[in-house]
Ligand binder design. Structure first.
Ligand SMILES: Cc1ncc(C[n+]2csc(CCOP(=O)(O)OP(=O)(O)O)c2C)c(N)n1
Ligand SMILES: [Mg+2]
Length: 259
């Protein structure tokens, strides 16, 4: 993976103007420095170094199988370049081909967050996976809290008529966070959406291929008995505590959209 980042023209950078791609301080190296810990090779391209530096970064990324970072100022992107004389030197692959095939097969089936990831990542990832493999049906299981972060990508899924199924676990908030800390805290609540309107809202209302339904009876087992809404000690409106497993909406549980 190579992160290719556009930047203001070198002449603009030289003036140290307090603009975007700096922190408002006219310093344009901050973001490259931040990437030091998560990339194996980085380069800030100039007309003079671009051809050699691009190859250097690509070789490192390929051989070490780690991410790289290329910063491309606007004027460098438009400058003429002499193509490299040689193709990249071959990489001697020491990977067991059987193990690699097995990994590839598994990778084609499952796109998942790694050890831990940003919630909301998987909806755009579904869009990317379906776009990369036309005709294959992507299936996504996503929490309601996560889906609320990147739900707009559903509009592109619908517009592109991708054969995706999205199952939203509609459990009224950040359930896993409630389990870790703050079972009764309002910061684990989210606003409740009626997911069944999502296709119409995102412009696919008249599309007979876009279906949306609610799986009745999901999350039937509720761990705790309902409690009434409680007045906020701070004088605000009554708040519902730990709604996850008990809200009537949670019993209806799961919504889905598909083609
Ligand atoms: C961008 C980002 N913000 C916050 C978190 C911390 N976080 C991890 S899981 C989670 C809640 C997920 O809620 P939801 O998607 O509704 O899933 P549930 O646990 O309810 O099934 C949060 C806020 C995170 N991982 N990434
Ligand atoms: Mg949830």
């Amino acid at each position: 993976m190579v992160h290719i980042v556009g930047a203001p023209a070198l002449a603009t950078q030289a003036l140290r103007r307090p603009i975007h791609h700096s922190l408002g301080d006219g310093e344009f190296g901050h973001f490259m420095a931040m990437h030091t810990a998560i990339t194996c090779a980085r380069a800030a391209l100039t007309p003079g170094n671009a051809v050699a530096e691009i190859d250097r970064v690509l070789i490192e990324v390929r051989d070490r199988r780690l991410p790289g970072y290329l910063l491309v100022p606007a004027d460098v992107a438009q400058a003429p370049a002499t193509p490299a004389a040689q193709p990249l030197p071959r990489h001697t692959d020491t990977t067991d081909p059987d193990a690699l095939d097995a990994f590839d097969a598994a990778r084609r089936l499952l796109a998942a967050g790694p050890l831990w990831a940003s919630i909301g990542y998987t909806l755009p990832a579904l869009l990317g996976a379906c776009t990369a493999q036309p005709g294959r049906r992507g299936v996504l299981l996503i929490g309601d809290g996560a889906a609320q972060l990147t739900v707009q990508e559903l509009a592109t899924v619908l517009q592109q008529r991708l054969p995706a199924v999205v199952v939203v676990v509609d459990n009224d908030g950040y359930t896993v966070e409630r389990a870790i800390h703050g079972a009764d805290e309002r910061y684990n609540d989210i606003t409740r959406w009626d997911w069944t309107h999502a296709p119409a809202f995102f412009g696919a209302g008249g599309d007979p291929g876009a279906h949306c339904g609610r799986a009745a009876g999901g999350l039937r087992r509720r761990r705790r008995a309902p409690r009434a809404a409680e007045p906020d000690p701070g004088g605000g409106p009554p708040r519902r505590r730990a709604r996850t497993a008990r809200h009537p909406h949670a019993r209806a549980g799961t919504s889905w959209c598909s083609r």
